[in-house]
Write a protein that binds this ligand. Structure first.
Ligand SMILES: Cc1cc2nc3c(=O)[nH]c(=O)nc-3n(C[C@H](O)[C@H](O)[C@H](O)COP(=O)(O)OP(=O)(O)OC[C@H]3O[C@@H](n4cnc5c(N)ncnc54)[C@H](O)[C@@H]3O)c2cc1C
Length: 619
């Protein structure tokens, strides 16, 4: 039963699937998106929040390229905070508490209203491949749809299995059906699959908590939106709460450790090091007297509260005892129990940086299926896979983001070059260019690329150029100002900064750690009224000018290595002097450039020198 033909079929309506489907449709592809349940579109099966350290950067980069997550988050947040404000701008990261149902509604409306896009409730059980190319997909009811590209964004559903103590069941998250058949099809197609695991805490009833025993966590007064397109951001609607585990909690865990699915040996999948369960934390950091937990509302019209930091695969009786051992939760009622989930995912070193599989033309992977963990990581990959599937079908140049372009480029390069043996979570420490890849300049770095591929409109691109011009003008203006002592010293005294005897450049004052653009307003009477983001950009570029210049030089050297391309048909067996391990790794990864080759684990600097000599000899 062939019921339709499309350009692109997207398997999954999660964070990766939605971005992929919207990008393909907006680039003119006749697209269909499948989800086992349409009620899972844009679902937040774990923490009801978007953003956080490095994840906030990803959301801004997705927005700057023309993706949707930032806008949907701005339309459904209930509390917003800029993390790490006390530190440098490289690690400033936006994090917003999200109303889970509103986010689902917002994302579902966007995909439903999108031209060129159909959404269908069905489980894909087969991908049809002929002569190494994708030809179509088949649903669990036997219906077939023809297509020229398929993007797999199946999340935690492939052979999904939930575990709680000794109990386990085949299931997707939140009681959804798992996808049990597609894995077998993928294995037959020669795709390597691994077993990963993640976990989520319980949801507890808001009216059964004692807030007097908790520390309130409020949102920021001045709210910064995720999307560069969001004019007036909303306002904070809720508080979150901070509590701590204690010795009693830790004893309950240690007394029942063997009953945890994880420590009882029931879990096969590999879990995320940077999102540990409470058992992991108590075992790994056993000298710590307490661990912090954040109690976060799941939404405005629900009593469900999310206990961040309390994920576990211990059985339910232990969960209740453990949760009630925490001050403020003594009488809590659990509405949804905590659980671990394991699922199949691919080996991302089998993908190109376009996220297309090397083995099958027109087949792409995105999101948790590629071995990452997190809504933001998923959305970033979905967008890249969607853009590249469309560009390839249109016969246009692929969009390959470099590590220098952003955290999205860093994420994908890490996955396809180094692979991952556990769910990969983005962190600012993963980038060697943190000061260049700030969340405030994501538009400057990526919107021109979004415009080139056709996702960013000319109007939006013009607005960016205007913003950059205003920023440059403001920097030039400030660099041209010398502040006389009579104007400077009253301000310097106010902020305990060393007074001056002679005129001083305003740009020099901005660089003083105790001063900033806002504090120096009295030293700058002719200051123009500028948009917040322009003033912020000018300040950062002035204040960190020296560091930015140094990192740009570093980046220039790396850019040279990236521009030295490895010929597609390189026969690494022919290159004399390569060590065996390097030869094997190079043959598997087939790096596009010398830069990528140098990042493959097992390829030493000596091997890189051999490659350089070989490339020179070819010239
Ligand atoms: C229990 C749990 C705990 C988590 N804990 C964390 C955490 O601590 N930290 C963190 O960063 N992230 C965590 N996550 C991960 C986070 O939810 C995911 O990273 C994110 O949702 C992945 O997005 P995705 O688009 O790849 O997949 P998902 O959001 O899972 O969406 C997958 C979509 O694919 C569809 N689908 C799957 N197979 C098929 C098929 N064969 N046919 C049709 N449709 C199909 C599903 O219906 C769904 O729409 C957790 C997830 C779960 C479930």
């Amino acid at each position: 039963m062939i019921l339709g033909n499309f350009d692109v079929a997207v398997i999954g309506g999660g964070h990766a699937g939605c971005e992929a489907a919207l990008a393909c449709a907006r680039l003119g592809m006749n697209t269909v998106m499948f989800s086992i349940s349409l009620d899972a579109i844009g679902n937040l099966p774990c923490n009801p929040s978007i953003g956080g350290t490095a994840k906030g950067h990803l959301v801004r980069e997705v927005d700057a390229l023309g993706g949707e997550m930032g806008k949907a988050a701005d339309a459904s947040f209930i509390q917003s905070k800029m993390l790490n404000r006390g530190k440098g701008p490289a690690v400033h990261s936006l994090r917003a508490q999200i109303d889970r149902k509103t986010y689902h509604r917002e994302m579902k409306r966007r995909v439903e209203e999108q031209e060129n896009l159909q959404i269908k409730q069905a489980e894909i059980v087969d991908i049809r491949v002929e002569d190494g190319c994708v030809r179509g997909v088949v649903t669990h009811t036997g219906v077939e749809y023809g297509c020229r590209a398929v993007i797999i964004a199946s999340g935690t559903y492939l052979k999904g299995k939930i575990l709680m103590g000794s109990y386990s069941r085949e299931s997707g998250p939140d009681g959804m059906f798992p996808a049990n058949e597609l894995s077998d099809n993928l294995r037959r197609l020669g795709i390597t699959l691994r077993r990963f695991k993640t976990g989520t805490p319980a949801r507890i009833h808001a009216d059964t908590l004692d807030y007097d025993k908790m520390l309130v966590e409020t949102g920021d007064d001045e709210i910064v939106p995720f999307s560069f397109e969001t004019g007036q951001p909303g306002e904070n609607r809720v508080n979150c709460w901070l509590v701590y585990t204690n010795e009693k909690t830790h004893n309950i865990i240690m007394d029942n450790l063997e009953r945890s699915a994880m420590y009882g040996g029931l879990v096969e999948g590999v879990g995320p090091r940077y999102c540990p369960s409470i058992e992991d934390k108590v075992v790994r950091f056993n000298t710590r007297p307490r661990h912090q937990l954040f109690i976060e509302p799941m939404g405005l019209d629900t009593k469900e509260m999310y206990a961040q930091g309390f994920s576990t695969s211990l059985p339910e009786d232990v969960q209740l005892e453990m949760y009630r051992s925490v001050e403020g939760l003594e009488h809590c009622e659990i509405m949804r129990s905590a659980y671990a989930i394991e699922y199949d995912c691919c080996d991302p070193t089998e993908l190109y940086a376009t996220l297309e599989f090397k083995k099958i033309e027109g087949l792409y992977g995105a999101g948790q299926f590629n071995g990452t963990s997190g809504y933001e990581e998923a959305a970033a990959q979905g967008l890249v896979a969607g853009i590249n599937a469309a560009l390839k079908l249109k016969g246009e140049e692929p969009m390959i983001l470099q590590r220098l372009d952003g955290y999205i480029g860093t994420l994908i390069d890490d996955l396809v070059t180094k692979g991952t043996n556990e769910p990969y979570r983005m962190m600012t420490s993963r980038s060697e260019y943190r000061l260049l890849l700030r969340q405030d300049n994501a538009d400057e770095r990526l919107t021109p690329i979004g415009h080139r591929v056709g996702l960013i409109s000319d109007e939006r691109y013009e607005r960016l150029l205007k913003k950059l011009e205003m920023t440059d003008n403001e920097i030039k203006r400030i660099n041209g100002i010398t502040v006389p002592p009579r104007l400077a010293n009253p301000v310097l005294e106010r902020y305990n900064s060393t007074p001056v005897k002679v005129g001083i450049r305003l740009s020099e004052l901005i660089r003083r750690p105790e001063l900033d653009y806002a504090k120096l307003a009295d030293c700058d009477p002719d200051r123009p009224q500028l948009p917040r983001e322009v003033a912020e950009e000018a300040e950062i570029k002035l204040k960190y000018d020296g560091y930015i210049k140094r990192q740009l030089q570093q980046a220039e050297a790396a850019r040279k290595m990236e521009s030295r391309l490895m010929p597609e048909d390189t026969d690494y067996d022919e290159i004399y002097g390569l060590r065996l391990e390097a030869r094997q790794k190079l043959k598997k990864i087939r790096p596009k450039s010398l830069g990528q080759a140098s990042r493959i684990s097992g390829v030493s600097p000596a091997d890189v020198s051999v490659l350089i000599i070989w490339l020179e000899s070819r010239k």
